[in-house]
Write a protein that binds this ligand. Sequence first.
Ligand SMILES: [Zn+2]
Ligand SMILES: [Zn+2]
Length: 95
Amino acid sequence: MLDDSPPTINCNTHGDTCIAAVVCGHMIDSKVVPVGFVENSDDPNDLQAWCEDCEEMFLREDDKTEAFREFNRMAIVCVSCYQELKSRHSRIFNT
Ligand SMILES: [Zn+2]
Ligand SMILES: [Zn+2]
């Protein structure tokens, strides 16, 4: 690691020095219907999550393949947006 300061992004909602986090495009697209929230990294400086469909695809592909990346449509959001997406998409009653 050359630089251990977390990457920051400019978020329209939360300001211009927000710590960046990674989610899949499906969470961004789905404003109302929860798509699931599978967290891959809970390091506060490197948050990463994707939806249940992405998790299924990832398990099937067994790696972050080209097809997976295309499906995932990784999106960079700020950590505050990440937390909002988390509360929107988490399935609390999922067993
Ligand atoms: Zn997804
Ligand atoms: Zn934000």
